[in-house]
Design a protein around this ligand. Structure first.
Ligand code: GLN
Length: 531
């Protein structure tokens, strides 16, 4: 089958959940036996979101092959259980960067380099490349931002051109917000109509309109949208607020989104999507038999999106154990030796989050000291693991000045040091240790017991590492390096005598999906449940 391309645009407002709709449609098509991948086009000028403040943009997600991407790629993987890659994340910055590099190389000698055709050609190339791998029946391309945004214009123009070139192999879905006017007591379709008009002005007629709404659409709403937006009534799809984003594939199925898409491509709609596993997951998610509360200590807790993959990993792990995991968000800047007991007391487990820079580190260390001494299950991720190493050095190895050189360049005991290849970098963006690396698990360790295998591969995003000069003293005092990279980098530390104390240099949360909850999260929640 020739690859089919689905474009997803958004209108009226941002944050409508284009990512969730794209991921849900992918889930439905996958469940019908098709191969699907989802790609995100981001209109901002940063070549990748790696340097963006999480307060601004939420979590930076990392793919197997080391792309720093928008958090939507995390949703794609969690819904589809398929890894994404560099090619799934495209930004205006990245597009311009490669066009300008080509210009400097002389690839366009004699030509005036312009938005049309040079930038749009590059965008089209990036969209088509996923289909050319021959791996996918469907490529879903989500366009970030809202129609009408100046910065989104080249993307919409590229889609207009592609639709002409691809003919029947391209379909556009437009997601628009349908506001409810309380005073009038009704839903208003006019803003959505206007957003479709904007798309039409740019030469794109969407085939399907997905309506984000807090109230059920009336038949009247559907007819009006169909008439004014030039689509069939059956292609007006309601997307009402859901209890959980994981419910959205079922809602989309009930509205027939997958069926309409298949019809547009002239594909058979006879066989139904097999959603038995998904249904079982939802049943367990909505009917938990147990409940635990776990503390999440981090410095971005005001914006929960900054820890998206972690919160989702807890949902996957908890659900697999029939357990609802409540998260108590604890701002690391507020934790100190005096209040740590009152803040953490009663929690069944504590996760210390990843991060960069000094802010909140003292609070993370205070929290770790408390859970280590009180034998409370602990999972430290990346900076969380590094803080556990610093805490152990200070209070168990009696090295009160120990620190990470990220926080104190001149520390007497640099138990966390900068990686050799990170020392003389002249660029900040895209230069961390990124993506998947192998790790060998130590025989007899808790990590080995959890993973049930000796060799694992996990994703990374860091510049600093455990300083191996201190390895022996740590081992002697009871903190074991239980996961080591082939190059000798400590990937996991654990405290053998503790109920559950694990720190990982890598980010297990990036690999957790509905289908495959991450073993470390499952083991951590289990430990919390029996605490
Ligand atoms: N700042 C630390 C480092 O760069 C930890 C990074 C992280 O938590 N992702 O090594």
């Amino acid at each position: 089958m020739k690859t089919k391309y689905i474009f997803v645009t958004g209108g009226v407002a941002s944050s409508l959940g284009k990512g969730t709709i794209s991921a849900s449609l992918a889930r439905l098509l996958l469940s019908r036996g098709y191969s699907v991948t989802i790609q995100k086009l981001e209109p901002y000028i940063n070549p990748d979101p790696g340097t963006l403040n999480p307060y601004e943009h939420g979590e930076c997600y990392v793919t197997e092959d080391g792309a720093e991407t928008d958090l939507d790629l995390g949703h794609y993987e969690r819904f589809t259980n398929e890894p994404t890659s560099q090619a799934n994340s495209v930004t205006t910055g990245g597009i311009y960067l490669s066009v300008i590099e080509k210009e400097r190389r002389g690839d366009y000698l004699g030509e005036t380099v312009q938005v049309i055709p040079h930038i749009t050609d590059e965008i089209k190339k990036r969209i088509l490349v996923l289909g050319q791998t021959k791996k996918y029946d469907f490529v879903i391309t989500e366009i970030g931002g809202t129609v009408g945004d100046i910065e989104g214009l080249p993307f919409i123009e590229a889609i207009r051109q592609l639709r002409l070139e691809l003919g029947k192999n391209a379909v556009c879905i437009h997601l628009a917000y349908i506001p409810y006017l309380a005073a009038a007591g009704e839903l208003k379709t006019k803003p959505a109509q206007h957003s479709v008009k904007l798309l039409l002005e740019q030469g794109v007629q969407p085939e399907i309109i997905v309506c984000r709404t807090e109230h059920k659409l009336t038949e009247g709403n559907r007819s009006k949208l169909a008439l004014f937006c030039n689509v069939e009534k059956s292609c007006v799809i309601e997307s009402i607020d859901a209890k959980s984003i994981y419910e959205v594939p079922m809602l989309m199925k009930a509205e027939g989104l997958d069926v309409q898409v298949l019809k547009k491509f002239g594909l058979s709609t006879k066989d139904d999507a097999d959603l038995r596993d998904w249904t079982t997951f939802l049943k367990k998610l909505f009917n938990p038999k147990h409940e635990v509360t776990i503390g999440l200590v981090g410095k971005y807790v005001e914006l929960k999106d900054a820890y998206k993959s972690i919160t989702e990993a807890f949902i996957h792990a908890g659900t697999s154990l029939n357990c609802k995991v409540n998260l108590k968000w604890i701002h690391s800047e507020t934790v100190n030796a005096k209040n740590v007991k009152s803040l953490l007391q009663g929690l069944s487990g504590v996760l210390v989050a990843p991060g960069f820079g000094k802010r909140g580190v003292d609070g993370k260390i205070a929290a770790i000291k408390y859970v280590r001494e009180k034998n409370i299950p602990f999972l430290g991720i990346c900076l969380g693991m590094q803080c556990a190493v610093v805490e152990f050095a200070r209070h168990a190895l009696n090295l009160p000045n120990a620190h990470s050189v990220e926080m104190d360049e001149k520390t007497k005991h640099p138990v966390i040091s900068v990686m050799a290849n990170q020392k003389n970098l002249d660029q900040f963006g895209g230069t961390m240790r990124l993506g998947s690396y192998d790790c060998h698990l130590k025989e007899g360790s808790l990590a080995k017991k959890i993973y049930k295998k000796s060799k694992i591969s996990e994703r990374h995003r860091h510049r600093y590492e455990f300083n191996n000069a201190y390895l022996k003293s740590f081992e002697k005092a009871g903190m074991t390096p239980s996961g080591i990279n082939p190059e000798g980098l400590v990937e996991i530390v654990e405290i053998t005598k503790h109920k559950f104390f694990i720190g990982t240099q890598f980010h297990p949360e990036y690999k957790s999906t509905v289908e495959n909850p991450h073993p470390l999260f499952v083991a951590f929640v289990k430990a919390a449940m029996s605490n």
